[in-house]
Structures are given as structure tokens and as C-alpha cells.
Ligand binder design. Sequence first.
Ligand SMILES: *[C@@H]1O[C@H](CO)[C@@H](O)[C@H](O)[C@H]1NC(C)=O
Ligand SMILES: *[C@@H]1O[C@H](CO)[C@@H](O)[C@H](O)[C@H]1NC(C)=O
Ligand SMILES: *[C@@H]1O[C@H](CO)[C@@H](O)[C@H](O)[C@H]1NC(C)=O
Ligand SMILES: *[C@@H]1O[C@H](CO)[C@@H](O)[C@H](O)[C@H]1NC(C)=O
Ligand SMILES: *[C@@H]1O[C@H](CO)[C@@H](O)[C@H](O)[C@H]1NC(C)=O
Ligand SMILES: *[C@@H]1O[C@H](CO)[C@@H](O)[C@H](O)[C@H]1NC(C)=O
Length: 383
Amino acid sequence: MKIFSGWRRFAFGLLLIFLVTHLFSVRELNNSKMVESRKQLNKKFDHLVLGPAAGQGMSNRLQCQGSKALNRTHSSNGRLGVDGSIAFVTVFTIYNSSVDKLDDKSSNTIVGNASYNKVDRSMAVLNVFINFIQVAMPQSEVIVLTDPVSDLSVHRHRVSLYPIQGEYSRDKLMLQRIRSYITYLDTRLHKLSQNPRNITHYIFTDSDIAVVDDLGQMFRDHPNFHMALTFRNNKAQPLNSGFIAVRGTPDAILRAKLFLQEVLKIYVSKYINASRMLGDQLALAWVVKSKPHFDASRFAKTVAFSDDIGGTSILFLPCALYNWTPPEGAGQFHGMPLNVKVVHFKGSRKRLMLESWNFYSSTLDTADMLCLILGSGRTKYDF
Ligand SMILES: *[C@@H]1O[C@H](CO)[C@@H](O)[C@H](O)[C@H]1NC(C)=O
Ligand SMILES: *[C@@H]1O[C@H](CO)[C@@H](O)[C@H](O)[C@H]1NC(C)=O
Ligand SMILES: *[C@@H]1O[C@H](CO)[C@@H](O)[C@H](O)[C@H]1NC(C)=O
Ligand SMILES: *[C@@H]1O[C@H](CO)[C@@H](O)[C@H](O)[C@H]1NC(C)=O
Ligand SMILES: *[C@@H]1O[C@H](CO)[C@@H](O)[C@H](O)[C@H]1NC(C)=O
Ligand SMILES: *[C@@H]1O[C@H](CO)[C@@H](O)[C@H](O)[C@H]1NC(C)=O
């Protein structure tokens, strides 16, 4: 233990806490429009700012009056279950070795009636991620892939830690994430060979997301895909790596693993010097577009489609539903679809994620909470 903490202090310096979700946040900064207006947008708020909600007047978009929803969302309530259970998998590390000494109360952040230091902030995001999943899909499991030397401890029902040896330094983190996914899928394949009837579908996500609807129907409505990715109308980065679903059958897990191994190979050979946050998404897009005659114009519509990429059957799901982020710059989404399933609190929206949870726990109204998110999501927050 002594050796470990000594080594850790050496390796991580006086105080280094990092959180996977905070790193993800910088990933999409390279949007030229955003760079232009960065100066105006740089102010970060320590309280919610409710702006106009996008998509008003559009019949298939959520209509709001302030944070009051005029439409009921998710009325189908089709909790029909799927064959097999579902597990969410996220990569998350936290190092708190010397925070106690250096922690300065004045740098704490207040959300609602709680005060957070840096480590608390990271943990709060992870906990809210879990809270939302347990409301929307109470039968599902959460698996946290982590660094064996991480200081993470989580004691929650249906949540387990899975340590994977690797390189979790800042600039290797996205690379490590793909490696961890591959390692994890490998262990599942091994387990399945012993007990082939125990099917669990996997959804690999960033931890700064809120699941607001049952995702089981995705596996039921689309029975043939091996893995699913989310796309958007963005030429350079049409695929977001924050949401990757894998069907739990041995064949699908194997195919997903092979696909991710190809992505990893391209990442290392072509994009290792790309901004540390972009490499995985660029590699993902490269592998998909390398299929001869791949029709990339389908990324411009918000309609799901399937394609076979190197033997892996991939379902492409619109970010607008499965990875919804408040519009940045280009404003692709024009409001919020009524049947949105996953909200992604990218970048400096982490306060909004916590405030949304607090709002939901006091109102138990998902539609109203979505109005809060729609109206507040373009603001940058301090959390
Ligand atoms: C950032 O955007 C500029 C202009 O759009 C482009 O030339 C540059 O290659 C981009 N950088 C990365 C790391 O994608
Ligand atoms: C959503 O609410 C608005 C305002 O009440 C209404 O005009 C619209 O038809 C509703 N949309 C749907 C799909 O129910
Ligand atoms: C405020 O704190 C109390 C416990 O001290 C807790 O029960 C309550 O949920 C908190 N409210 C908010 C909005 O966080
Ligand atoms: C640091 O990590 C340990 C587990 O290794 C945990 O018990 C402790 O609460 C953490 N400290 C903080 C400030 O989060
Ligand atoms: C089925 O797999 C899950 C993990 O995917 C495991 O927690 C559970 O114990 C397994 N059940 C059986 C009967 O092996
Ligand atoms: C990345 O950068 C290093 C140092 O600048 C260089 O030696 C290496 O060849 C580059 N790798 C790729 C794949 O471009």
C-alpha cells in the first residue's frame, strides 16, 4: 500500500484528479463556429440559465413554457422487456491521494444544497448517471471499468467495478477506453462459452449522460444488429463514441470486438497524434467510411439505418434520439424530439446534469425536466 501511494504521488504529482467525463467534454471544441464565438460564450455560470427552448412551433418537437412541458413524452410506456438483460458499461477513474491536504473549501462548487470539491464533483456525475439509469431501466446493471489503482469505490445496488490494467494518463485515455471495451468484451465471450444461455446486452457510454427512456426496445425493434453507433450530421465527426451498444449473443460480441479492434488499429496508425479527445471518433468514422460505396449521405437524415462493415452488422441510430446534446453552433437538432432516449451533457454542461437530477427528484416529471434541459443546455456552466 505504501509503495503504491508513494508511486502514485510521484506519478500524478501533488494533485491530479481527473475524470473521464470532464475530458470527454473538450472533444468537440474544434467547431469553427464555436471558436469564433468562444469569447462571448466563455463565461461559465454557477446557476441555471433558462434561455428560449429550440424547436418551438414544430409539431414533432417538445413544446415548453419555461420548464413546464406542453407535451407528454414517452407515453408509449412499452416496457415489454427483451430477451436477456441489459448492462451499461462506462470507463471511470478517480485519484484522490492528496486531495484531502490540498482541498480548499473556497474552490468548492455549490449545486442545490450540496457543496462539492473536485473529487466530489466527479463522483456526483457518476452517481447521477447511475440514478437516471435506475429510474429509466430499474432491471439493468451498471459496470464501471476502472484503473486498478483508482481510488474509486461505489456502493450501489446493481453497480459493480471491473478493474482493467492499462494506461489511464490524460493523453492515453481515449485509447485506453477502446482497449478496455475490447478487454471487457473478451471476458464476456469467455463467460458465454461456459454459459451460452445467459445473454446480457451491453451499452457502453460516457458517464455524463442521462438515460431517460427504456433502451430495451432498441434490441427488440432491431433484432439483427451486432452493434449500434450514434450518428449526426457532421462531416468531420459523423459518429459520436459516447454511446455504443452491443447485442449479447456470442456472435455479436465477437463481431463488435473485431470492429473495435479495427478502430483501435486505425486510431494507433493514423490518429495517434490527433487531439487526444478526437482520435477515437476520427478512427470510428474512418473505419465505417472505408467500406466501399458507403453512403455517407445517410448521416444527414435522422433516420436509423443498418450496414455491414467488414462483417459486423451495424445499426446506426440518430444522435437526435440516442445521444441528444443541446445544439452547439450548427444547431443540428432543432429542438428536442418527443421520444428522446438519451441526453448527453457534453462539455461544460455537468451542472445542468446535476440540476436536472435534482429537478427530477423533486417533480418526478421527465417531460418537465426535458424542458429544463432544452432551455438551459446552451449555457456553459462552471461545474
Ligand atoms: C480543427 O478545425 C480546423 C478548421 O476547421 C482544421 O483545419 C483542423 O485540422 C482541425 N483540427 C483537428 C485536430 O481536427
Ligand atoms: C405538443 O403540444 C403542443 C402544444 O400543446 C401541441 O400543439 C402539439 O400538437 C403537441 N404535439 C404532439 C405530438 O402531441
Ligand atoms: C437537501 O439536503 C437534504 C438532506 O440534508 C436532502 O434530503 C435533500 O434531498 C436535498 N435537496 C436537494 C435539492 O438536493
Ligand atoms: C478516497 O478514496 C478512498 C478509497 O480508496 C475513499 O474511501 C475515500 O472516501 C476517498 N476520499 C475522498 C475525499 O473521496
Ligand atoms: C449472467 O451474467 C451476469 C453478468 O453478465 C452475471 O452477473 C450472472 O450471475 C450470470 N447468471 C448466471 C446464471 O450465470
Ligand atoms: C506522431 O508524432 C510523432 C512526434 O511528432 C512522430 O514521430 C510520429 O511519427 C507521429 N505519428 C503518426 C502516426 O503520425
